[in-house]
Design a protein around this ligand. Structure first.
Ligand SMILES: Nc1ncnc2c1ncn2[C@@H]1O[C@H](COP(=O)(O)OP(=O)(O)OP(=O)(O)O)[C@@H](O)[C@H]1O
Ligand SMILES: [Mg+2]
Length: 183
């Protein structure tokens, strides 16, 4: 076989995946800090896609407890056993981030009717901005239907127990952060 043919064959077969686009989803949020509720959504959606990008929203209007770097570090730590999950941050429209990752799906979690109303508004706005991108919803694991980052911070601030709510790495960083603030 001559060289030209060899290359052509390779291009056609390319790992048996030719013409099949990688399925990429983006899960955006503030993750301030990541909870077992977020982690549950991450694990379940990572099974449905080739790649899942968890993206920390660098939102100037909220005043976060953890910096974007700290939130990314914690996310990287608690997802290190998930090879197709990558952590990133962004300060832009979500649909633009999705495009830049070569993705076409936004993942969001739903805990309640209140979440649904807000999420419907977000999804509709994103659809308006880019109709090629779909939002897919994951229903909460009933175990975590009440769980939010805000609740975790509230409990930790008053030295309540958060062992059941966040991974151990997050728990110790929360404690350190609260001690440092008092100092
Ligand atoms: N326990 C949970 N179960 C299912 N989805 C969740 C859970 N917690 C958060 N989510 C979803 O994750 C996405 C990102 O949420 P976000 O970063 O606002 O977290 P949060 O816990 O709601 O934080 P905050 O208390 O700061 O609002 C949203 O779609 C949200 O609905
Ligand atoms: Mg929220």
């Amino acid at each position: 076989m001559n060289n030209d043919n060899g290359q052509a064959n390779e291009a056609l077969s390319s790992g048996g995946n030719a013409g099949k686009k990688e399925r990429v989803a983006v899960y955006p949020g503030s993750f301030d800090p990541v909870t077992f509720g977020h982690l549950d959504i991450i694990r379940r959606s990572a099974r449905q896609f080739d790649r899942l990008v968890v993206a920390v929203l660098n939102n100037t209007s909220k005043s976060p407890m953890f910096t974007v770097e700290e939130r990314k570090e914690l996310l990287a730590e608690v997802t290190k056993d998930l090879p197709n999950v990558e952590i990133d941050s962004f300060r832009d429209l979500t649909v633009r981030l999705v495009k830049s990752k070569d993705g076409d799906v936004i993942i969001r979690g739903i805990r309640s009717v209140t979440d649904f109303e807000y999420e419907l508004q977000l999804a509709s706005t994103n659809h308006l901005l880019d109709p090629e991108i779909d939002t897919m919803f994951m229903m909460t694991n009933p175990k975590y239907s009440y769980l939010s980052s805000s609740i975790v911070k509230e409990i930790a601030m008053f030295h309540g127990e958060v062992t059941e709510l966040v991974p151990p790495e997050v728990e110790s960083r929360l404690k350190a952060k609260i001690e440092a603030r008092k100092g």
